[in-house]
Design a protein around this ligand. Structure first.
Ligand code: PMP
Length: 443
């Protein structure tokens, strides 16, 4: 299918050959690869991306959801220029005031964030959250949910997309490596739970003495919401058994609404991880939550200036943590979203309903699932509650549609979810619906 567009993307194909000479698989993040070659971009503005062959696309990937103000927002450019102009440098390597301002802003939307620490990515944020939880509880196993992604390290690269033959029963899913290089002991340290399934609670109770943390995407993949009673029970049990509940809101923070999935559910986790949107398109992660847990990483004793021995403190450091330029861009992004988020949510709902209408006119069962400004196009009539349900959708047809959409100027990595930005307006939605109409008619 995509072969027919080879001529249209000849420069991307050529660059991919060059990239394969210098990087494994021609990419620097495996998620960026798709067959026969990914598209190389060289420009972007607002809701649009432009590839190296001069084709333009309405961008629904938005750097995996990070660019909630779209590409090249003038206010962010201005913020970056003036931050450099005013301070004369872009990195102090010392504490600075923006760290406090940004923390207070987060607290405004995430009231459970007594304290926070900055990291450089979502991966680093979940890693720090788990280390804090283990240090705080003294329990070294963790639990995560089948199909949930939390970043690129061995402890969480388990059961992301296990095969039918390996995944075990839903009463007790197996912990299945999703990467090479994960050894047996690492597999055993992570307990895998079924999502939106009460069996998860029995497993948790069984391993409660060993599990220090439960890590969850409160909306799986950004588009499969947890049931509210499931969430309440999870909160109740983790509290009961001294297990730190971590909401990984790297996707959902500022995309579901300003207070993330936790304000949607009215449930306060012990720790929250944020990433993507909060950096305004630059690398930033946050771990925030209960003061007593965050204090594990404090170099001084609470309410005193007594300096602790390094071995009595949970190590946390990083050359770029709290980068001033990035915090400035992030703060500006959040300021803009305070005024413009509702409009993004409205546009997302409009696109979802127009797509569902179009598919139903064509006689194809499709659900545009998600809450907030992320959704996914699932070709299935069944109710999708977790990874196992999701596996049953019609990916073959979806892939066919996605490749044709690329050819027709709609960018989402094949099979990926959709994210919208403040720059996606009615014009872009109309273009998207027209492209879908053309593609579905030609199926
Ligand atoms: N957690 C979740 C829920 C994510 O969606 C992601 C990124 N897709 C991560 C963690 C890792 O974030 P990063 O890519 O910034 O390391």
């Amino acid at each position: 299918m995509f072969q027919s567009s080879r001529v249209k993307t000849a420069n991307s194909a050529r660059l991919f050959e060059n990239a394969k000479e210098v990087m494994p698989g021609g990419v620097t993040a495996n998620i960026k690869f798709f067959s026969p070659h990914p598209l190389f971009m060289d420009g972007g503005e607002g809701a649009y991306l432009r590839d190296v062959d001069g084709n333009d696309y309405v961008d629904y990937m938005l750097s995996y959801g990070a660019l909630m103000l779209g590409h090249g927002h003038p206010a962010i450019k201005e913020t970056l220029y003036s931050q450099i102009e005013n301070s004369g440098t872009w990195l102090f390597g010392t504490p600075h005031e923006l760290e406090i301002q940004f923390a207070n802003k987060m607290k405004q939307f995430f009231p459970g964030m007594d304290f926070l620490r900055y990291t450089n990515s979502g991966t680093e944020a979940t890693l720090l959250a788990l280390r804090l939880a283990e240090s705080y509880t003294g329990k070294h196993k963790i639990a995560k949910f089948e199909g949930h992604y939390h970043g690129g390290y061995n402890k969480v690269l388990l059961s992301l997309d296990p095969d039918l033959a390996e995944r075990g029963s839903s009463e007790e899913p197996n912990s299945v490596p999703s990467s090479k290089g994960i050894n047996r002991s690492q597999v055993q340290e992570t307990v895998v739970l079924p999502y939106n399934d009460n069996n998860a609670f029995e497993i948790l109770k069984k391993h409660a003495n060993e599990i220090g943390a439960v890590l969850i995407e409160p909306v799986q993949g950004g588009f499969i919401p947890a049931g509210s009673s499931f969430m309440s029970e999870l909160r109740y049990l983790t509290e009961e058994y001294n297990i730190v509940l971590i909401f990984d809101e790297v996707k959902t923070g500022f995309r579901i609404n300003l207070g993330g999935a936790q304000s949607y559910y009215g449930i306060q986790p012990d720790l929250t991880t944020l990433g993507k949107v909060i950096g305004g398109g630059f690398p930033l992660g946050v771990v925030g939550g209960k003061k007593e847990i965050l204090m594990e990483s404090s170099p001084i004793k609470e309410d005193s200036s007594e300096i602790l021995k390094p071995r009595d403190v949970l190590f946390h450091s990083g050359t770029y943590n709290g980068h001033p330029l990035i915090l400035a861009a992030g703060l500006k992004t959040i300021d803009i979203l305070e005024n413009e988020l509702d409009n993004v949510l409205m546009k997302t709902d409009l696109l979802k309903s127009e797509l569902e209408l179009l598919f139903s006119e064509k006689g194809i069962p499709m659900q545009a699932i998600g809450i907030g400004s992320i959704f996914n196009v699932i070709i299935s009539e069944e109710r999708i509650l977790n990874y196992r349900d999701y596996c049953e959708a019609n990916f073959k047809m979806r892939k066919k549609i996605d490749y044709q959409l690329l050819y027709n100027g709609i960018y989402s990595k094949p099979l990926s979810r959709y994210s919208l930005s403040t720059r996606h307006g009615e014009k872009e939605i109309e273009r998207t619906i027209n492209a879908y109409e053309k593609v579905l008619t030609g199926l």
